[in-house]
Design a protein around this ligand. Structure first.
Ligand code: G16
Length: 547
C-alpha cells in the first residue's frame, strides 16, 4: 500500500466533523476537545512534512494552555524551538479543513510547493498537558506521524516550554542543552544556583515563594525541579491539580484578567506569590499589602525588572549592546513611558501572539519580550552571546567587569530562549530580586500602572473585526473605530482597543484611564459599541465589581 493510500485509510479513523472549519489561531488550533481528533492526526502528518523539509526535529504540543478544561488544542514547534513559520500555519489550516477526499491532494500540494523529498527521514517530538482529552489526542498525532514514516519521541506530560526546549536542544546537538527533562532541570538549576550564590538578599525568608499551579502541568514539573535546587528556592505550591479544575478560578490568565488572587491559595500580607497558566508558559506575580489591597506584577512589570537588570549589567561590563523591549497593545501605558523615558530602551509594539513578539525581539542585540499576560522571554543575539562569553574569559579586565559578565552568562543559561517559560521566568525573577536585594514591593514601585480593564464580548462572527497598527485600531466594521475614538475622548489619560481573540470565540476589549472607575466605564461602553456594530450575542459583559 502506498503512503498516500495509508493516509487515506487511517484518516477515515480520525474523521472530520462535517462542516467544521477551524483556523490556526494565535497559538495553534483551539476549540472543544471533541472536535479535534482529525486535526491532531493531520498535524502529525504536517509536522512530519515540516521535519522532512527542514531536515530537523519538529515539535507537536497538545494543549489549550489558558482555555477551560473542556477545550484542547495543538501548537507546532519549529526547529529552533519557536512557533511554526507563518506559511506553514496556512498549510495547517488547509489540512485541518480538507474533507476526507481532499486530504491527500492537499498533502501532495504542500509537498510540491515546498519541494519536499518524501523519502527524507522525519523526527517529531510530542508532548501533552494534563487535560483528560490530551492523551487520546496525542495518540492521534502519533498515528499521523507514523503514517508518513516519521520517527516519534513522546515526552508524555510536559510543560509547553519544556517541549520547545527539547526541540531546540535536539536540533542544536547539545549546543543549547540536553534533550531530556533531567537536562532541562540541570541547566536551569545550575544557572540559578550560580546566579544566587553571592546574592545580597537570599535569606530563608526571601527564598520563600508561593506558587499557584493553575491545576495544570506546571505544578508537578515544579516539584521535579525542586529536587535540583538544593533548597535555594522554597516553593509553597497551591492548585496542584489533585482536586480543582484546570485554570478554573486560578492561574495566570484568571489573575491578570480579574486582577485578583486565585482561589485555593493561602497568601500572607506582603508575601511574594505567582501564578502559572495551564501549560506553564505564562507567569504573573502579585501580593496583598497589609491593608488587604491586591497588587499585580504582570508581564510589563516583569519586562521592566529584567531589562533594568540587564541594562545595569551591560553598563558594569562595559558592553555596548542594544536592548529593546517588545510589547503589544495590552502593555500598560505607564510601562511603555517608563521604559522609553526613564530606562531609555527601545520599545517596539507588535500584534498579540508570541510568534510576533519573538520575531521582533530577534532584530536586536538583546530583545526582551513580554505580553502583559505574562508570556515572554529574552533573546540574546549571537553577537551578544559571543561578546559576553569573551569577557568572562578575558584575564585583563577588572573584577567588577568580570562579575557582570559572569552574571550575564548565567542569565543566558537560565533563560529559555526557545519561548516564554513560566518556570525559567520565575527563576530569573527570583534571581534578579535576590541579586538586586529587592522586595516584591520595591519592584512594584518602579512605576504605577494606569488602571485598566479587560472584557470579552460574544459576537456571531468575530472575523467581522479587522485591525491595523499592531491591533490598536479597528478597520472594520465601519464606524467602530470612530465610536471608540469618541468614547476615549470622554476620559483622562484614556486608551481603548478591540481585537478578535485567536484562542477563544470572543472579541477582546481593553481600556485604560486615570481611575479604575473610568477604565471600567470605558471598557463597558466600548463593549456596547462592539455589541451594536459587530453583531453581539448574549449579555454585554460588565467589569467584576458591577455584577
Ligand atoms: C496564547 C498566545 C499568546 C496570546 C494568548 C491570548 O497564549 O501564545 O501570545 O497572548 O494566547 O491570545 P488571544 O488574545 O488571541 O486569545 P496561551 O498561553 O493561551 O498559549
Amino acid at each position: 500500500m502506498s503512503q498516500f493510500e495509508e493516509v487515506f485509510q487511517k484518516s477515515s479513523l480520525h474523521p472530520k466533523p462535517k462542516g467544521l472549519t477551524l483556523q490556526y489561531g494565535t497559538a495553534g488550533f483551539r476549540t472543544v476537545a471533541k472536535h479535534l481528533d482529525h486535526v491532531m492526526f493531520r498535524m502529525g502528518l504536517l509536522a512530519t512534512l515540516r521535519s522532512k523539509q527542514t531536515k530537523s526535529t519538529i515539535g507537536v504540543m497538545v494543549t489549550a494552555s489558558h482555555n477551560p478544561e473542556e477545550d484542547n488544542g495543538v501548537k507546532l514547534i519549529d526547529p529552533m524551538g519557536e512557533m511554526v513559520n507563518s506559511d506553514w500555519e496556512g498549510y495547517a489550516t488547509q489540512l485541518a479543513n480538507a474533507e476526507q477526499e481532499a486530504l491527500c491532494p492537499a498533502l501532495k500540494d504542500i509537498i510540491e510547493k515546498e519541494a519536499i523529498s518524501i523519502s527524507e527521514i522525519a523526527s517529531v517530538f510530542i508532548g501533552r498537558d494534563t487535560r483528560p482529552s490530551s492523551e487520546s489526542l496525542s495518540q492521534a498525532v502519533l498515528d499521523g506521524v507514523s503514517c508518513l514514516g516519521g520517527h516519534t519521541q513522546d515526552y508524555g506530560l510536559v510543560t509547553t516550554p519544556q517541549l520547545h526546549y527539547m526541540v531546540r536542544s535536539r536540533n542544536t546537538h547539545g549546543g543549547y542543552g540536553t534533550d531530556t527533562l533531567q537536562g532541562y532541570y540541570q541547566k536551569l538549576s545550575e544557572a540559578f544556583i550560580e546566579l544566587t550564590r553571592n546574592a545580597q538578599n537570599h535569606t530563608d525568608d526571601q527564598k520563600r515563594l508561593v506558587v499557584d499551579g493553575a491545576n495544570g502541568i506546571g505544578a508537578p514539573k515544579l516539584r521535579e525541579l525542586e529536587a535540583f535546587l538544593n533548597s535555594e528556592l522554597l516553593v509553597v505550591l497551591f492548585n496542584v491539580g489533585c482536586s480543582g479544575k484546570l485554570n478554573y478560578l486560578c492561574g495566570a490568565d484568571y489573575v491578570k484578567v480579574h486582577q485578583k488572587p486565585p482561589q485555593g491559595m493561602h497568601m500572607e500580607a506582603g508575601e511574594r506569590c505567582c501564578s502559572f497558566d495551564g501549560d506553564a508558559d505564562r507567569i504573573v506575580y502579585y501580593y496583598n499589602d497589609s491593608a488587604g489591597s491586591f497588587h499585580l506584577l504582570d508581564g510589563d512589570k516583569i519586562a521592566t525588572l529584567i531589562s533594568t537588570y540587564l541594562k545595569e549589567l551591560l553598563i558594569q561590563a562595559g558592553l555596548n549592546l542594544q536592548i529593546a523591549v517588545v510589547q503589544t497593545a495590552y502593555a500598560n501605558g505607564s510601562s511603555t513611558r517608563y521604559l522609553e523615558d526613564i530606562l531609555k530602551v527601545t520599545v517596539y509594539c507588535t500584534k498579540t501572539g508570541v510568534k510576533h513578539l519573538h520575531h521582533a525581539a530577534q532584530m536586536f542585540d538583546i530583545g526582551v519580550y513580554f505580553e502583559a499576560n505574562g508570556h515572554g522571554t529574552v533573546l540574546f543575539s549571537k553577537k551578544a552571546e559571543e561578546q559576553i562569553q569573551q569577557l568572562t574569559q578575558d584575564s585583563n579586565v577588572s573584577k567588577a567587569k568580570k562579575r557582570a559578565a559572569k552574571l550575564l552568562k548565567n542569565t543566558i543559561n537560565l533563560i529559555n530562549q526557545a519561548t516564554g517559560d513560566a518556570i525559567s521566568d520565575m527563576l530569573i525573577i527570583e534571581a534578579v530580586l535576590a541579586i538586586r536585594g529587592m522586595t516584591v514591593q520595591e519592584w512594584d514601585s518602579i512605576y504605577t500602572d494606569l488602571p485598566n480593564r479587560q472584557l470579552k464580548v460574544k459576537v456571531s462572527d468575530r472575523c467581522v473585526i479587522d485591525t491595523t497598527d499592531a491591533e490598536r485600531r479597528a478597520v472594520t466594521p465601519a464606524g467602530l473605530q470612530d465610536a471608540i475614538d469618541a468614547l476615549v475622548k470622554k476620559y483622562t489619560k484614556a486608551r481603548a482597543f478591540v481585537r478578535p481573540s485567536g484562542t477563544e470565540d470572543v472579541v477582546r476589549v481593553y481600556a485604560e484611564a486615570n481611575t479604575q472607575e473610568s477604565a471600567d466605564d470605558l471598557a463597558h461602553e466600548v463593549c456596547l459599541a462592539v455589541y451594536r456594530l459587530a453583531g453581539g450575542v448574549g449579555d454585554v459583559p460588565k467589569p467584576d465589581h458591577k455584577h
